[in-house]
Write a protein that binds this ligand. Sequence first.
Ligand code: NAD
Ligand code: IPM
Ligand code: MN
Length: 360
Amino acid sequence: MEKNIAVIKGDGIGPEIVEEAMKVLDAVANKYSHKFNYTQILMGGASIDAHGVPLTDEALEIAKNSDSVLLGSIGGDTTTSPWYKLEPNLRPEAGLLKIRKELGLFANLRPAVLYDELKGACPLKEELTEGGFDMMIMRELTGGLYFGKRSTKEENGELVAHDAMSYSETEIRRIAKRAFDIAMKRNKKVTSVDKANVIDTSRLWRKVVSEVAKDYPEVTLEHMLVDNCAMQLVKDPKQFDVILTENMFGDILSDEASMVTGSIGMLSSASLREDKFGMYEPSHGSAPDIAGKNIANPIATILSAAMMLRYSFDLDQEAKDIEEAIEKVLKQGYRTADIMSENKTIVGTKEMGDLIVANL
Ligand code: NAD
Ligand code: IPM
Ligand code: MN
C-alpha cells in the first residue's frame, strides 16, 4: 500500500516526537512492504516565523490533498513567547483551529487507557486501578466556544469580552452517531457529558443525543454533568466506556483523563470526519519547558500514528504491532521521565523510539 502523509512537526517538542513516529511508521512500512510518502508542511509558530501566518493556503492545500496528516504539536510559552503578542488570529493555535475546521474534522477520539505496566505512574489509589481502565473520549472538534464570534470592546467605560457558543442539531447528531457506533464495538456504554443544568447548548446536546440513542437500543446512555464527570474521572475511572462531549469540555476532561493513565505523554488522538481522512496528533501540547532536551515522551504521537494506520488506512494488524511493541517496551522496564517510577530504566525520546522499533 502506498499513502501520502502530510507531516506537521510543529513547535517545541513537536519535531522530536514526530521524528520518532515517522521512524516507527517507516519500520512498519518496511516490515509489510508499504510505502509512506511524507510531505512536510509548516503550521503554528514555525509558520509564523517563516511566513507571518500560522497556516498558509499552500500548506492547507497540501494537507487537503494528502491521505492523512500527522501532527506533533504547535504553540509556545503563552506568557513569554513573542507569538502571543500577535493578534489572536495570527497566533499558533489559530493555525490548528483553521486546519481542523477546513478539513472538517468534527470527531476527535482520545483514548485513555491505563497500561498494566504504568499503574505505578498513576496517581490514583491502587484499588481504583485494579484491572486497569480503557475509555474513549469523543470530543466534538469543530463547533462550540472555539468557533463562535469573539470580541473585546469597551462597554460603559470598561473592557468587556464576549465568546459566543453555539451548536446546531446537525453538529451534535453527527458526533453522537459516531460515539454510538464506536460504543457498539466496545462495551456499549455512552456517557454524554454536558452542563444542561445551566446552558442552552447543553440542553440541545442532551435532547439530540437522547434521540440518536434510540437507534442504538443495545447501548446504555447516561447523561452526566461536566463538573460531576471531572470528579468521577478521579473517583472511579473504570465506570467509563465512551465519554461523548462538546469541544471545550472534551479538551479539559481529556487532559484530566490522561493523567490518570500515568501521563499526558501517553494520550493519542485521531481527528476524523465521515470519510477515511484523518489528522493524528498527541493530545498534549508543545511542552516548551522540555523542548530540545530529548526527554519528551514520544508514545502519544507513536500511538496516534497507529491510529492513522487503523482509521485512515485500514491497516489493523500494523496498528496492533505498534501498540504491542509499546507494551513490550514498557514491560521491559523502559520509561521516559514523565512515566518514570521506582526500579525502571529511564530513556530519552530517541531511545524510546528506537526501542519501539526494535520490538516491532
Ligand atoms: P503542554 O501539554 O504542552 O504541557 C503541559 C505539561 O505537560 C508540561 O509540563 C510539559 O512538559 C508536559 N508534557 C506535555 N507533553 C509531554 C510529553 N510528550 N512528554 C513529557 N511531558 C510532556 O501544555 P501547555 O504547557 O499548557 O501548553 C504549551 C503550548 O502548547 C501552548 O502554546 C498551547 O497552546 C500548546 N498546545 C498545543 C496543542 C496541540 O498542538 N495540539 C495541544 C495543547 C497545547
Ligand atoms: C488540544 C489543544 C488545542 C485545543 C489548543 C492548542 C487550541 O489544547 O488539542 O487539546 O484546545 O483544542
Ligand atoms: Mn488541550
